[in-house]
Design a protein around this ligand. Sequence first.
Ligand code: FES
Ligand code: FES
Length: 162
Amino acid sequence: MNTRELSLVLNGVPARAVVETRKTLADVLREDFGLVGTKLGCEHGVCGACTVLVDGAAVRSCLLFAVQVEGLSVDTVEGLSATGELSEVQEAFRRHHALQCGFCTPGLLMSVTEYLRDADPADDDELRDALSGNVCRCTGYQGIVDAVRQLVDDRRSADADG
Ligand code: FES
Ligand code: FES
């Protein structure tokens, strides 16, 4: 069994583990670090359930070997809120019933968190397009679109006031 020491910044905190070089980042997050919020659906880059942020960019953690994130910063759904309170994105999902079984939700929350950093979608079509890399089998997507739309509108109002 080939192993290597992995050092990274995980949810803002330096972390270290000896990991099997064959393991994906998703498996190491879940099995070695116990961060089971990151879900595995398709395991080949299609469903988006495993999305995490690597140095701030949304990536599919089933498509990376864990050793590829040596020295980088990785954020998972567990790191969205340091205090245990819901983050702004989580609260919007709750308010708009943007989840049912919740399996897709961690990946969506990470994708939306990254997307909202810079995006200013003109309409819901643009927003749906941006979220099309995350598959949800339950909600029909409308609640998700409503949640993200509200976040975009709130930000515009705050910018206009400020
Ligand atoms: Fe990674 Fe589906 S589990 S994209
Ligand atoms: Fe069930 Fe999205 S809430 S897959």
